[in-house]
Design a binder for this molecule. Structure first.
Ligand code: FE2
Ligand code: FE2
Length: 191
């Protein structure tokens, strides 16, 4: 992956009003996990999936779906055309589609890239990061934010199944539990 290509992807995410810092962390985390777990992966594929796995959830696209929708599935439908624009071939696109589609589905898919992104994405949604992201998402509704924080703990925990990812997740889960407990105490349940 050249710097130029990465910069092009970054500009793309920014244009779509996407969450650039999240995708950068997901790429970093997935590479760290791959290294510790000795899992081979396609560098260009991993970068593309990290950057575009949530694309359907970005405002540009999200507005076109009615009601609740599976953002991973919808993102995987957008992925092939997008990946072609960046010069990916059909074999790479097959892996990209699987990884995007199953990035939030425990145990699904067979490519290393799928598992790496799922574990990395899961880690970025627990701990202080979960709290920060959920409170930023619902700045005027603490109850809703707390609901999301609690839900993250349940759903994202099950997505993390690689040993090194689990070791990264453990302190974050403890912090999340601690936050939830202290928040309830400090607020007296009034929030
Ligand atoms: Fe996602
Ligand atoms: Fe994500």
């Amino acid at each position: 992956m050249t710097n130029e290509m990465l910069e092009r992807m970054e500009a793309h995410i920014t244009r779509l009003d996407g969450n650039l810092t999240h995708v950068k962390r997901v790429l970093l985390l997935s590479k760290l996990i791959a290294e510790k777990e000795n899992m081979p992966y396609g560098e260009d594929i991993l970068a593309f999936v990290a950057y575009f796995h949530d694309i359907a959830a970005y405002p540009t696209y999200a507005a076109s779906y009615k009601g609740s929708f599976d953002h991973a599935l919808e993102s995987s439908k957008l992925a092939p055309d997008l990946a072609k624009e960046y010069g990916y071939d059909n074999n790479q696109i097959e892996i990209i589609v699987e990884a995007v589609k199953y990035h939030d589905k425990a145990g699904m898919g067979e490519h290393n890239e799928t598992r790496l992104i799922r574990n990395a994405d899961g880690i970025d949604y627990i701990g202080y990061m979960a709290v920060a992201r959920d409170f930023v998402k619902f700045p005027k509704d603490m109850r809703k934010a707390m609901e999301m924080v609690r839900q993250r703990k349940v759903t994202f925990g099950s997505l993390i199944d690689l040993d090194y990812a689990k070791s990264l997740a453990a302190p974050r889960i403890r912090e999340l539990d601690n936050f939830i407990e202290r928040f309830e105490e400090e607020s007296f349940g009034i929030y």
